[in-house]
Design a protein. Structure first.
Length: 260
């Protein structure tokens, strides 16, 4: 088994060296960069990565571009703000030593987030399984605009790998809120709209409180102390904002239809 580790980047000079080091065991490291204006590409090349530049087409399309450009069929897809734990690396090493007839077609890994100086256990943030290790002849990245995932072919076998994928995505609550307002809520609303989902005034009103209760109580966010409370509050903000944006999208479309 020969593996290409793929990483997509945009101005990730602060992260790319550690990301590349995390997958130094791979037979190839492929970085697909979206025209960074910092030193991302230079640092990646210093780490031994093969670097390609591709204008930003969206998360799923960029990750699939990397898969298509890889030298090997087995892909481990890593985000620049993620790292592979020693336990997960040991699991990958074990899989590599197996006879090919015994391999699954893809493997899910648990992702654990580091937030407010602690590893998060609750709030729906863990184990957050992600299908990141797969044979590209048996799967590809789906077409979602956010929370993109690998879609395996019908009949493909998928298993879980022991060990965590370590996620360092949000620097602090302020950065977290910024990500929600600039990326997650707008793209989440767009995805909902594409799927034919619609909202209402009453749904807008209850979306935030329901998200808070789900995160803090039902999914055990209270176990993470002040970090869990912050996550629940921002989950409420995310849900309320997403429904507000969706409400505006659907009303704008209805108005345009009436005017035609």
């Amino acid at each position: 088994m020969r593996i290409t580790a793929t990483i997509i980047t945009l101005n990730e000079a602060d992260n790319i060296r550690e990301a590349c080091s995390s997958v130094a065991w791979a037979d190839e490291i492929l970085v697909v960069d979206s025209e960074s204006t910092d030193h991302t590409r230079r640092i990646a090349e210093e780490c031994g990565a093969r670097v390609l530049t591709n204008p930003w087409p969206g998360f799923s399309k960029q990750k699939q571009f990397a898969v298509d450009a890889a030298s090997h069929d087995w892909i481990f897809s890593l985000d620049a703000d993620e790292r592979i734990s020693p336990e997960l690396q040991a699991s990958i090493d074990y899989v590599r030593k197996q006879d090919e007839s015994r391999l699954a077609d893809g493997y899910r890994v648990a992702r654990r987030a580091f937030y407010m100086n602690r590893w998060i256990r609750g709030g729906g943030w863990y184990p957050d399984y992600q299908l990141r290790f797969f044979n590209r002849t048996r799967g590809r990245w789906g077409a979602r605009v956010i929370h993109e995932s690998v879609v395996m072919n019908e009949g493909a076998r998928v298993e879980n790998l022991p060990g965590d994928l370590l996620h360092y995505s949000m620097r602090d609550p302020s950065h977290h809120r910024q990500m929600i307002e600039q990326r997650y809520a707008p793209l989440g609303a767009e995805q909902m709209y594409r799927e034919g989902r619609r909202t209402s005034r009453s749904q807008r009103a209850v979306a935030g409180p329901a998200a808070f209760i789900r995160s803090y109580v039902l999914k055990g966010g209270f176990r993470d102390g002040s970090a869990g409370l912050t996550i629940a509050k921002l989950a409420a903000h995310h849900a309320a904002l997403k429904h507000s944006i969706l409400y505006e999208l659907q009303n704008k479309t209805e108005l345009q239809n009436r005017e035609q």
